[in-house]
Design a protein around this ligand. Structure first.
Ligand code: HEM
Ligand SMILES: N[C@@H](CC(=O)c1ccccc1NC=O)C(=O)O
Length: 265
């Protein structure tokens, strides 16, 4: 041992006049200045942190799903499949991390809950963008963004106009010569399912879409369980009925035809 600091021998990578540092590259001074509780309640830092982490993951998901949509349109299905593996892994993390917030007791939540109204998850622009991009376009939700900035509203309106992941999948089917009109689509999906020898890539991609749909539904279920644990039958700070509204939302599907297909196989 030569008593040096731990690390590889010889010249270390990055010692040759590099300008970046860890905190500089990751913009940590700015990032770590964004947690500003509105109360003295000890658990409010946890509450803010969890939500910010969700929004960072939402940002990444939008990035990866936009790319997946693009490569489905251009017929590079292997690339879309690769991106969906990442999307699924992130979505599993989104579900797992509910457990961290559930370490908060309802009594501790009530210490700062009143300060939050009328804010609520209703106002998550990126969450709604993910729904719109995935195929669940419901323009009534624009109403919950009355107080949002013009840029955010514009983003949502753009998502309503843009093609969805389903549109991109239909384009991929069509490029392989398969008919995709409303009348023919179920027969096409069945043909893909029954002839894996010819269409395995299209089948696997449909399975990836289904997993994206299923994981989103699992998150909704997990979220409503947490909500019932925290506020029981109280109504929400965003003005909805709370758990009953959220239970309704668990029945939603991004790709209903992929679920219906199961009945015809
Ligand atoms: C103590 C924990 C939480 C409670 C009690 C809670 C409660 C609620 C309630 C009652 C609603 C319905 C809207 C309303 O009237 O307020 C809602 C919606 C929502 N929450 Fe939460 N929430 C919690 C944590 C989270 C977390 C960690 C996220 C992650 C981003 C989140 C995201 C959302 C989203 C996206 C919606 C809109 C859902 C939809 O319209 O389908 N919530 N939440
Ligand atoms: N809607 C929740 C409060 C809440 O969870 C919340 C409040 C402000 C920002 C994000 C939130 N998270 C999800 O709804 C409630 O009714 O207790």
């Amino acid at each position: 041992m030569d008593g040096d600091a731990p690390g590889p021998p010889h010249r270390r990578f990055g010692e040759e006049g590099g300008r970046l540092s860890y905190g500089g590259y990751l913009r940590l001074p700015a990032l770590l200045a964004q947690q500003q509780p509105q109360s003295e309640a000890p658990d409010e830092l946890l509450f803010i942190t969890i939500h910010q982490v969700y929004e960072l993951w939402f940002k990444l998901l939008l990035h990866e799903l936009e790319k997946a949509r693009e490569v489905m349109f251009s017929g590079e299905l292997w690339q879309a499949r690769h991106l969906f593996q990442r999307v699924h892994a992130v979505e599993r993390v989104l579900i797992e991390q509910v457990e961290v917030l559930e370490t908060m007791t309802p009594q501790d939540f009530l210490e700062f809950r009143a300060k939050l109204a009328p804010a609520s998850g209703f106002q998550s622009v990126q969450f709604r963008e993910l729904e719109f991009l995935s195929g669940l376009k419901d323009e009534r939700y624009l109403g919950s963004f009355r107080h949002a900035g013009e840029a955010e509203l514009a983003r949502l309106r753009r998502r309503l106009d843009e093609p969805t992941l389903w549109d991109a999948y239909l384009a991929a089917l069509s490029q392989r010569g398969l008919p995709v009109s409303d009348d023919e689509i179920m027969d096409t999906l069945l043909a893909v399912a029954r002839d894996r020898g010819s269409y395995d890539d299209l089948w696997q991609l449909a399975e990836d879409l289904l997993t994206h749909d299923e994981t989103a539904a699992q998150w909704r279920m997990r979220h409503v369980q947490m909500v019932e644990r925290q506020i029981g039958t109280k109504s929400g700070t965003g003005g909805s009925t709370g758990a009953p509204y959220l239970r309704e939302r668990t029945r939603l599907h991004y790709f209903p035809l992929l679920w219906e297909l199961r009945a015809w196989l």
